[in-house]
Design a protein around this ligand. Sequence first.
Ligand code: NCD
Ligand code: ZN
Length: 350
Amino acid sequence: MQTNLTITLPDDWHLHLRNAEVLTKVLPYTSRHFGRAVIMPNLQPPVITTANANLYRQEIINATPKEHHFTPLMVLYLTEQTDPEDVRNGFLAGDIAAVKLYPAGATTNSEAGVKNIEKIYPVLEVMQEIGMPFLVHGEVVDADIDIFDREAVFIDQKLIPIRQRFPNLKIVFEHITTKEGVDYVLSCETHTAATITTHHLVINRNDMLVGGIQPHYYCLPVAKRELHRLALLKAATSGDSRFFLGTDSAPHLAQYKESACGCAGIFNVANTLVILAQVFEQENQLPNLEKFTSLHGPKFYKLAVNTGTITLSRTDNAQPLPADVVTDEGVIKVFDPKMPVFWKVDSIDY
Ligand code: NCD
Ligand code: ZN
């Protein structure tokens, strides 16, 4: 049995860091184990211009522990008013890595998102021209569409028409949760990729709903039935370069999740890499872990891979769950995969 694994320092292609105190508390978990992360812009107010993103980047850099070597990759939150020239200039200046589509109402802080996709075509035109990745929260928001079907319906109603209209646009289908999502990405030969979260490789909807409602397993897109988890597992561990890690780590204070109207999001960066090592080992695909965490993402984003490495080792005893994150306002619970994790991070060479 393999007991040691040294891989290129990973990147996280989908991460929520928030701001203020929560940012300073959660960021070190990411900057310790990752070289870069794509920073989601759904703050309140959202990060909608290059100027907003540059201010937020500075806040992140100021909060990064000095001994870490971390680069935030900034993302603009797309609105129907987004200026295509701001997008172009921000990308060409190296300030902005991508633009994120939140259908209005789809998830946390998405109210300012897009209602009418046609209104954003001028921005997509520019992004296609300059090769800028378009990150898609792929769920429809229609009240009459069942929440478990929202991703599959999005593919047919929104994604396929966007792809037809913009054949060369680089699209990342974010945090896919369904077999339909996997199959769609596999049907695209070029310019299309997907991020997959750690938790969607581990939980299905039973973990959230059986034996009492489990708010710490509630996230969006919501976990689906087991056949979908198995499709994600197969895609993530397959070595196919269209799939890479986006943790979608999304910290919320426990009191806002354990509530009559609990919010969506799972904080998983504290133990993501060891959980992934466990999952890839169980699938007999440990040699593909580095591709998923460290190689496929940079390839799609056309960035160099990180030069640092991280070494994981397998121990004889299951490792304890990392402690909750304590803030002045309450705690943030760490994702509990509810399975023994024998891997630990041994050393990091930035
Ligand atoms: C995210 C958040 O809390 O910002 N929540 C989540 O469940 N993933 C928003 C998102 O990525 O949809
Ligand atoms: Zn997210």
